[in-house]
Design a protein around this ligand. Structure first.
Ligand SMILES: NC(=O)c1ccc[n+]([C@@H]2O[C@H](COP(=O)([O-])OP(=O)(O)OC[C@H]3O[C@@H](n4cnc5c(N)ncnc54)[C@H](OP(=O)(O)O)[C@@H]3O)[C@@H](O)[C@H]2O)c1
Length: 225
């Protein structure tokens, strides 16, 4: 069965992705910052929990070493944060801004770059990152969420460049959007995580090289940005 690596798989959308893909027979590698506490993840069938602090280069290198060349058919760079979403411009701090961009924009790129050989060694060769409607400039018709928006629009930009760079190698890169999902990030407002992930699983399993560069919603529709 194909292998899926999901970052930030100890809770929220990442944990549900691990749950549904492992139930579907996939081999799942789910990462957690505190791997000892990731008991729900580790208890899933066909699933291995591995440690990853996604913003830390040493932690990424340790993960790659632990994988020891294991093929990764699908990467989902899912780990992400939202900090002080309602902050007015004067309340957005440099620290918050850089922390969010480091986590949501830089870390997925760093992880994908580090796992390139593992992805290339696989059959499906797919690299995905978790975007958001908040990444969209076209759909941005209300204020707030300065740091989060910047980080996810930036993610779209780096992933689009990665799409071009890796297309000739046969790697299909794409962005997925879960919808507004009831997790800790949204104070549990939004659609059920099971619904979002059931849609995302269908999207991921149906991906072909022709989908490279798309931002695809959990309902299969394209996200304008
Ligand atoms: N929920 C939504 O409505 C929504 C909408 C659009 C996009 N998204 C995106 O979907 C992804 C998952 O969101 P969620 O709703 O599931 O959020 P969540 O419940 O807050 O979970 C976030 C996950 O990311 C991990 N994480 C955060 N920073 C990390 C870091 N530096 N290194 C490693 N792991 C880190 C967290 O680990 P810890 O437990 O250690 O903190 C947790 O596992 C995010 O990229 C988010 O931006 C969510």
């Amino acid at each position: 069965m194909p292998t899926l690596l999901i970052s930030g798989a100890n809770r929220g959308i990442g944990l549900e992705l691990a749950r549904q893909f492992s139930a579907g027979g996939w081999t799942v590698i789910g990462t957690a910052r505190d791997v000892a506490a990731a008991t729900e993840l580790a208890a899933l069938p066909n699933t291995t929990a591995m440690q990853l602090e996604a913003t830390d280069g040493d932690s990424i290198a340790a993960l790659v070493k632990q994988l020891d060349g294991q093929p990764i058919d699908v990467l989902i760079a899912n780990a992400g944060i939202a900090v002080n979403l309602a902050a007015k411009p004067a309340e957005v701090t440099r620290e918050d801004f850089l922390h969010v961009v480091r986590t949501n924009t830089f870390a997925p790129l760093a992880l994908a770059g580090a796992l390139k050989a593992n992805i290339l060694a696989s059959e499906r060769k797919i690299a995905l990152a978790m975007s958001s409607l908040m990444s969209s400039i076209e759909a941005n018709n209300w204020a707030t969420q300065y740091t989060y928006r910047a980080s996810k629009t930036g993610l779209n930009a780096v992933w689009t460049a990665l799409t071009q760079e890796w297309k000739p190698l046969g790697i299909t890169c794409g962005l997925i959007r879960p919808g507004m999902v009831a997790t800790q990030m949204t104070d549990f407002k939004g659609i059920a995580v099971e619904t979002s992930v059931a849609g995302l699983k269908k999207v991921v399993e149906g991906l072909t090289p022709a989908d490279a560069g798309r931002i695809i919603g959990y309902d299969g529709t394209d996200v304008p940005w």
